[in-house]
Design a protein around this ligand. Sequence first.
Ligand code: 13P
Ligand code: SF4
Length: 335
Amino acid sequence: MDNINKTILEKGFFDEELPEGINLVKEIKYLLKKKNAILLAHYYQTGDIQDIADFVGDSLKLAQEAEKTTADMIVFAGVHFMAETAKILNPTKKVLLPDMEAGCSLADSAPYEDFKKFKDAHPNHVVVSYVNSSSEVKALTDIICTSSNAVHIIDSIPNDKEIIFAPDKNLGSYIEKVSGRKMKLWDGACHVHKEFSLEAILKLKKENPTAKIIAHPECEKPILLVSDYVGATSGILKYTQENEADKFIVATESGILHQMKKLNPNKIYIPAPPNNLDGATCACNDCEYMKLNSLKKIYLALKYEKPEILMDEKLRIKAEVPIKRMLEISAKNNL
Ligand code: 13P
Ligand code: SF4
């Protein structure tokens, strides 16, 4: 973390007392307009944040939106790698992440030094990394992917080339199955998605036989095998809109339920419970990093124009190359 952002946290930035009765929604909207800023939010954000965002989307759509915006400032209601990707793609903009502690366990599962050794041990491989990775890992990568374009990215690589895929082994093995390509998988996973309980999901299915099981490909293989649909957050959402079923068991972070209910309020969405909660019926499958953002933090970020994503320019240029390749392949496939 850079020094400016560290200082902000040490000073108890978020403890600032706000005037009594402040209307945060109104204040945020006012500051967004005044500062020619846009608020981008991922589907895993809380409903109040999604509702005031200029754009809500999955990690691919958010990157595309960040690349093309003409606003002066991007406030990113998501996690660090997403805001960093926005900065890499649109470096002249001020990119703010309301809480710099909003990391990602999956990105953390591939530390730069270890990943470099892994890459060096597999020369002549095409390196494909999931966007949930650090900019240092991206700089060692040939093509980035997200969960919504991963199969297209792998399909774009000539058949005679060997591939390294990092950092998510679950997404990697899912792509292997769909594309029929064998890859060298990095052994990483998301702490939220690896926790879903197969037993609890099957129990829910027994109790709700008409329900469709829908899962993000970061879930473990047994969950994906029993799912009616596997896809990125945007794909899962689309499936609930287009499929005629009226009940869905949702195996991904619970924030996505907000858009599902908003777009199709008459259907029933049951959050799949995680392993560590016996008989849980709550939406406790939250990503605590995603949920670090709040209206108050967004307001303060806009007011002080901090915490800001700052990057070493040489690293940014290196990390930009594989992200741009991903965006080109996505555009060719109308994604
Ligand atoms: P999406 O690319 O589907 O939005 O997923 C991002 C993510 O972090 C999933 O955990
Ligand atoms: Fe990272 Fe998992 Fe949170 Fe997605 S849900 S941001 S992969 S920790």
